[in-house]
Design a protein around this ligand. Structure first.
Ligand code: PLP
Length: 379
């Protein structure tokens, strides 16, 4: 273990880490030590060894999420936890704020679970604001209580980051019993999210984004209030039933067979994260975001996301120079790099540069110089 941590320390330094290949908003590059951790021999999941692994990761996950409650670890992608949150926390009505493709997905999941859903549309490329939440919730409350609201912290489709701390405060001011459910799929691990302090009842995320793990695991910080609610909600299913997960978590295990290899990877990556230092990690993400925004402006592009609410983990650049993003990516591929096209309707109208997970300044320098060479070849 000590050796792995040592290797981790070295790996966070710009000079010794492999050059970043993926500047897409997930999956992101995974450090060699983390990839390697997956190749260890299997162990039984009802063993002392697995329970120790689970307990160690649980403690670190809670620290990273700034919560004293619990963080469930589930073998599914983040979308599974969209469904889990709805099935466990919503018996009656849920208000879903939609300002992009992933908040729309969470809304669609709630509809798919046959809940009573109030949809509140917020312009894409704009953040969900606490005032909008307060007004929409007050309006919804006229027709009866609201069990929960859903909001996406970092809309990966647009590169907008919504102020979830202030949103949670707004919810509490209008309807203290309404649960606050936050998707932090593309921000957790790159941005400080203080689950308990901010009063987030559900904070869910996936492994393959800013945590820089392989896809396949998802994590969910859940408050006591949610468990209390879940005990009164029917139709929770089994696999994602928080009460099942809680019972197992108390015994440092999962109800069904866990993804042991992925959990080994998780353990090594959590060590690496704490070796780097969480504040340093968050500062690195902030610095890379600012640098990317500045670069885009200097190159004559515009930024698509609303000012003051731009993502810290990815930057969405409006394609004002009308370049071919397909050709750009073909050019970058020759140097083993890749960025993302605009999402859905923004295809070719925008492109997205992710700067999350393992990315360091030297990676951005390499990407920007390749992009500048491509741009020069176009003019
Ligand atoms: C903000 C956000 N929410 C949810 C999801 C869905 O996550 P997953 O692909 O892990 O199911 C994504 C995926 O990109 C996302 O960016």
């Amino acid at each position: 273990m000590q050796e792995q941590v040592l290797e981790a320390t070295q790996a966070t330094g710009a000079s010794s880490k492999p050059a970043q290949r993926l500047f897409i908003p997930g999956p992101t590059d995974v450090a060699p030590a983390v990839l390697e951790a997956q190749t260890a021999a299997m162990i039984g999941h009802r063993s002392d060894e697995f329970e120790a692994l689970f307990a160690k990761c649980q403690e670190q996950l809670r620290r990273l999420a700034y919560t004293g409650s619990r963080v469930y670890v589930v073998a599914s992608s983040g979308s599974g936890l969209h469904e889990a949150a709805i099935r466990n926390a919503v018996g009656g009505r849920v208000v879903c704020f939609v300002n992009g493709a992933f908040s729309q997905r969470w809304h669609d999941t709630a509809v798919g679970c046959a809940k009573d859903v109030v949809r509140v549309d917020v312009e894409w490329n704009s953040a969900v604001k606490p005032e909008q939440v307060e007004a929409a919730l007050a309006e919804a409350l006229r027709d009866g209580p609201v069990d929960a609201i859903t909001v996406v912290h970092n809309e990966t489709s647009t590169g907008v980051m919504s102020p979830v701390k202030e949103i949670a405060a707004a919810v509490r001011a209008v309807s203290p019993e309404t649960l606050v459910m936050v998707d932090a799929v593309s921000s957790f691990g790159g941005v400080k999210i203080e689950v308990d302090e901010w009063g987030l009842d559900v904070m869910l995320t996936s492994s393959q984004k800013a945590l820089a793990l392989p896809p396949g695991l998802s994590f969910c910080a859940v408050s006591d209030r949610v468990l209390e609610k879940a005990s009164k909600v029917t139709g929770r299913g089994w696999y994602f039933d928080f009460l099942n997960l809680e019972k197992a978590l108390k015994k440092n295990t999962t109800p069904s067979t866990p993804a042991i290899s992925l959990m080994r990877a998780l353990s090594v990556q959590l060590d690496r994260i704490f070796v780097e230092g969480v504040d340093e990690r968050f500062a690195r993400h902030q610095r890379l975001a600012e640098r990317t925004r500045q670069w885009a402006i200097e190159q004559g592009f515009a930024l698509m996301a609303e000012e003051g609410h731009r993502s810290v983990t990815l930057t969405t650049v409006t394609n004002t120079r009308n370049i071919s993003i397909k050709q750009l990516n073909a050019y970058l591929a020759q140097q083993n790099m890749e960025i993302s096209n605009g999402y859905g309707v923004f295809k070719d109208k925008a492109f997205r540069i992710a700067h999350m997970g393992e990315v360091v300044d030297a990676d951005m320098t390499r990407l920007f110089s390749a992009m500048e060479a491509f741009l020069a070849s176009q003019s």
